[in-house]
Design a protein around this ligand. Structure first.
Ligand code: HPA
Length: 262
């Protein structure tokens, strides 16, 4: 990864050590603020370049950060690259929304993105022109599934489609995706998973269904907020469980896949 600049970086004004090794990544910076204010203890703002707010605090004693990413692979890639390469972030959990593709996926469902197909070229560029399998980190995925069960939050786990275009001009490709078991469409997961693989970090995308691309239904903003808070709770519990399981194995929070600073 061609990036060697000491903090602050071009897009993050925090100092070295301002971010925890675990970071939640909502698209909307005001959602980052909401998470810091409602889910963290002792939160402090650490960056605000372009109003892309970032905060660090703790959750049940675990140091944790949150930062907005903007929308789409290019935007999330800028922030995640700088967080990993220059701020020592090793666990990244996207908390976002998605549009349902599968008929049996309902509004407000919470989806764990096991893997992400995409129409973006970024992972081919990373992977010598070949098709990379963009998948979630298994430890984080398992921890999220366990945390969902423990909290009584029902979750779906499966494939998503990461789209470059929110407004597709062509015929919508959703029919073939539904046929192949893809649950929903969103705009970041495949890029985040590819980047994490490239940098030896660990990533998971958790998504709530904000609208249904086949039926055209969508959630109210109140419903979105409630589901969003359930998802954030799940993400934080998953990070905690994952940290405990690493601890029990005598590993540090970086996990087994840390290959040192990229
Ligand atoms: N497409 C891509 N991302 C989304 C959508 C969508 O329809 N809905 C929510 N996130």
């Amino acid at each position: 990864m061609p990036l060697h600049m000491p903090p602050p970086t071009p897009h993050i004004s925090a100092q070295a050590g301002d971010f925890a090794e675990a970071v939640l990544l909502p698209g909307d910076p005001l959602r980052a603020k909401h998470i810091a204010e409602h889910h963290f203890d002792d939160a402090r703002q650490v960056t605000a370049v372009r109003n892309m707010l970032g905060f660090t605090g703790s959750y049940k004693g675990m140091p944790v950060s949150v930062m907005g990413t903007g929308m789409g692979i290019p935007s999330v890639s800028i922030y995640a690259t700088e967080l990993i390469a220059e701020y020592g972030v090793r666990r990244l959990v996207r908390v976002g929304s998605c549009g349902a593709i599968a008929e049996d996926v309902k509004l407000r469902d919470i989806i764990l993105a096991v893997g992400a197909g995409t129409d973006s070229q970024v992972n081919r560029r990373r992977y010598g022109g070949n098709d990379f399998a963009a998948v979630a980190d298994f430890g984080l995925l398992r921890a999220a599934a366990q945390a969902g069960e423990a909290a009584g939050i029902s979750i779906r786990a499966g494939l998503v489609h990461t789209a470059d275009l929110f407004y597709e001009p062509a015929a919508k490709p959703f029919e073939i995706m539904a046929k192949m078991g893809v649950l929903a469409a969103e705009m970041e997961a495949a890029g985040l998973y590819g980047l994490a693989a490239e940098c030896g970090a660990r990533a998971l995308a958790i998504l709530t269904v904000s609208d249904h691309l086949i039926t055209g239904e969508s959630t109210s903003s109140d419903e979105r907020q409630t589901t969003f808070d359930d998802m954030v709770h799940l993400a934080l519990e998953a990070l905690l469980l994952d940290a405990l399981s690493l601890d029990a194995k005598g590993l540090d929070a970086k996990g087994t896949r840390d290959r040192g600073k990229p």
